[in-house]
Design a protein around this ligand. Structure first.
Ligand code: GLN
Length: 251
């Protein structure tokens, strides 16, 4: 088997889950499980690395996952990640990232903390987060950006659960992950949900996002392994979950 992005000769897909002790709300750990399941179903050896917040982020990963969190853990995560070059170097090397909610905000330039006000984040994608006027909570349905495809097929409808105070503005070179039909997504009347640029995908969706949206899981996998993610995997229970959650909001 060929090596993965930027790691010639490596045969196991390395999935790095950043700070499970601080950032993992609403089952975000499920994103790591889904990626590992789908990669293994396609014959990849998978190595999962969980990086606690007192540990350095390894540079040699293929896919990095960073999840949601309350304000205080998010603040701590920002402080620690800003001192750790691991994720930035991995992105520069061409690794893929899926960042959810607080993780999404941390990938941008700044985010808002109730106690401290505007705080610096990692600046790995050109987005800026602010404090919104209402809590965005509930089910989200969004039409995925048509520029995102796996094996020539679009991602279709995105489904997930959101719970955040932050709103996020996208810079000019950054595209939304989807256009909101139901819910708030990036908020502030933008009508957009999430963001993507290069091999970084960001979303406000929990659920976990990749269990509810197997096509999004395959997109992230395809960024890491070329296009082998296009080969089919048994989607039985994922599709039942999707159908049930979409039906719950009449989509
Ligand atoms: N603390 C952030 C906010 O409220 C992120 C919340 C989350 O990750 N669920 O906007």
């Amino acid at each position: 088997m060929a090596g993965f992005a930027g790691r010639a000769g490596q045969s196991a897909l390395r999935i790095v889950w950043i700070y499970p002790d601080l950032l993992s709300t609403y089952g975000d750990q499920g994103n790591a499980l889904i990626l590992a399941y789908r990669a293994a179903a396609r014959g990849h050896a998978v190595e999962r690395v969980d990086v606690r917040s007192d540990q350095p982020v390894p540079e040699q990963g293929d896919i990095y996952l960073i999840g949601g969190g309350e304000d205080r853990p998010q603040r701590l995560a920002a402080e620690r990640l800003r001192k750790d070059p691991g994720l930035t170097r991995a992105v520069q090397r061409g690794a893929a990232v899926l960042a959810v909610c607080a993780g999404f905000q941390l990938m941008g330039h700044t985010f808002y903390d109730e106690q401290e006000g505007v705080l610096p984040a990692l600046g790995l994608i050109d987005v800026t987060s602010h404090r919104g006027s209402v809590r965005c909570v509930g089910e989200v349905v969004a039409d995925a950006d048509s520029q995102l495809t796996v094996g020539g097929t679009g991602l279709g409808v995105l489904t997930g659960f959101e719970n955040h105070m932050g709103t996020t503005l996208l810079g000019e070179g950054v595209r939304p992950l989807g256009a909101v039909r139901t819910g708030h997504g990036n908020g502030a009347g933008s009508g957009t949900e999430g963001a993507h640029s290069g091999k970084i995908a960001c979303t406000y969706l929990h659920g976990p996002a990749l269990a509810r949206n197997p096509a999004l899981a395959d997109l992230v996998l395809s960024w890491a392994d070329g296009n082998s993610a296009a080969s089919p995997v048994d989607d039985g229970w994922h599709l039942r979950l999707r159908k049930e959650r979409l039906a719950a909001v009449g989509a």
